[in-house]
Structure formats: C-alpha cells, structure tokens
Design a protein around this ligand. Structure first.
Ligand code: KIV
Length: 320
C-alpha cells in the first residue's frame, strides 16, 4: 500500500497524469456490438483491455484507493480510471501501523460498498496478507472478491515466486494486477518500509519479477517505492501497464492513497505524496464552525427546521 512508502524517502512524485477522461459522447458512435473504444462499452465500464490500449496509445492512467460508496461516487465523477480497495485501509481506516491485520472479510466489505458508488471505473480488490499463500487459497479468496465484493480484478504482492498463483487465478478468469518493489505486506522481511531496487542485483531481480508476472498473465503491475530510472526501464520492457507509487514519472500510470492526495492527514507528508487539496484543514474548520454555531444557537435556523402547516388551523378551530 501506500502507507508502504509512508515514512520513507521514496522517489519524487510522478508528473500529473495526462489520461483522457472517458467521454460520454463516445457512446453515441455507431460501433458494431462487442467492439468498444476506451470506456464506451454498453455500461461505460472501463475494463482490463482498455488499460492495455491506453498504454499502447501512450495515455497515462490515473488510479486511487477508495474504501466507501460516497468517495467512490466522487472518484468516478472525476474520471479516474482505476479504483483500488487497498489493504492501506488498515492504516487510513483502521488506524494500524501496518497492513497486516487486514482480512479478506474487511476487503470484501469495503469493496462491495465502493462498487455501489462506482458506475464506470475499473475496480480492484487487494488480496490481504496470507490470503494467497498458495494457489488454492488464492482462488478461494479472490473468488470472494469478485463474487461478493463486486471487484473486477484482484491485486497481490510479490514477484516471480507468485507466478504459479497468478497463472491459476488468470486461468480461472480472475484478472490479476501484480505489485513489486516496496511490498508493505513484507514490512518485517524488508526491515521496514524501505525503497527497493537499489543496487545491481536488486534491480535485476525486479526486472525479472516484472517479466515473470507478465508471462504468468498479470494485466498490470504496481511499482512501489523504487528508483525512477528502474521504474522507467521496467515500464519500457513490458507490454502491460505499470502503475507507480513513489516510482517516478516513467510509469504508465500513477496511484495514490485517496486520503493522502486529498490532504486528509495534514501531518503525513512523505516525499512521494503530492497533496492536491487540504481537506483535513477544511474538515476541522467546518466542524469547529458547526460546534460554535450549535453553542451560540446560530444553527439551526428556520431554514433547517420543520413546521406543521396544520397547527395554525387547529388552533383556530377550523381544522378537521
Ligand atoms: O493498499 C494500497 O493502497 C496499495 C497501493 C496504494 C498500491 O497497495
């Protein structure tokens, strides 16, 4: 997750995405059934095939995490292509230091909520810690993500060692996004949330991992917390899109934790996060005003109160 890079010296934030918003106007084109341009399918749903098309066309992909229906509606309205119900919910929703306590039930619950608010974007469910330790376990849990959580794909952390699991999921019709580099579920093995892929051996291992995931059938790969030049090299070597976080501007797309990019936690400022709003401050300000107006009686006014139109006629004895 992102919290991944939480508190690290991750690479500089990537350049703003230049992806083309999906236009409702394209729905009016007269294409034969079954052949759809980007996001203009019968429901306007953005699908895995569209993401590969975007890479071919050089269109950058924007992705965010999301955990509830209200934010999902806003994210969809903004034209974001990919929504990930990440195990970062362990940090930003549940208040843990790591993503390890997150369970399959937690992801399924939040994913189903997000799905109800997401008519157009591509929805991915994160497979949490220990939920894909072998292909059989992975199939069972990933199946729940799609059937109960209404996700369109799953994401899992790990490189070449995960290839058999990725292949099994893909063979079962479950699209898989890989995730390499700084993989937060391995926080203890990595010795903390540290930038990965520095030094020749580590660089080569990540390049091989990316190839192995692509060969196993992954349709995209998250590159987290790695040097920008390495992310660029991996991106150029793959046919499938890379989605970067703390991995520089050379990836095919970018992902950030929603609460980070909206500035909901003013104290949290790692190098890789750009705050596109200061919602944390706005929320505190709004709540302080509400409190003060409640204390002074300035809220509620008649505008926010109900009346009983029958009361006046009853008092005059003319009602009923
Ligand atoms: O859990 C998460 O939020 C993630 C990313 C942001 C990639 O894995």
């Amino acid at each position: 997750m992102t919290a991944a890079v939480r508190g690290t010296d991750a690479a500089a934030p990537a350049a703003a995405a230049t992806s083309t918003p999906i236009s409702a106007a394209s729905k009016t084109t007269n294409r034969p059934r079954g052949i759809y341009a980007l996001g203009d399918g019968p429901t306007g749903r953005l699908r895995v095939t569209h993401l590969r098309d975007m890479k071919r066309r050089g269109q950058r992909i924007s992705a965010v995490t999301c955990y509830d229906a209200t934010f999902a509606r806003l994210v969809d309205a903004a034209g974001i292509e990919i929504v990930l119900v990440g195990d970062s919910l362990g940090n930003v929703i549940q208040g843990h230091d790591t993503t390890l306590p997150v369970t399959v039930d937690h992801i399924v619950y939040h994913c189903a909520a997000v799905a109800r608010g997401l008519p157009r974007a591509h929805l991915i469910a994160d497979l949490p810690f220990m939920s894909y330790r072998n292909p059989d376990v992975a199939l069972q849990n990933a199946g729940r993500m799609l059937a109960e959580g209404q996700a369109h794909a799953v994401k899992l952390e790990g490189g070449a060692e995960m290839a058999p699991t990725v292949a099994a999921l893909v063979a079962a019709g479950i699209p898989v996004m890989g995730h390499i580099g700084l993989t937060p579920q391995s926080v203890h093995a990595m010795g903390g949330h540290r930038i990965q892929g520095r030094g020749r051996a580590a660089r080569e291992r990540l390049i091989d991992d990316a190839q192995a995931l692509q060969e196993a059938g992954a349709y995209a790969i998250v590159l987290e917390g790695i040097p920008a030049a390495l992310a660029q090299e991996i991106t150029d070597s793959l046919e499938i899109p890379t989605i970067g976080i703390g991995a520089g501007a050379g990836c095919d797309g970018q992902i950030l934790v929603l609460y980070d990019l909206l500035g909901l936690n003013p104290e949290f400022q790692p190098k890789f996060v750009k705050k596109f709003a200061k919602l944390g401050e706005a929320v505190v300000q709004a709540l302080a005003t509400y409190r003060s107006e409640t204390q002074t009686g300035a809220f509620p006014t008649a505008e926010h109160s109900y009346s009983d139109p029958t009361a006046a006629s009853e008092a005059a004895g003319t009602h009923g």
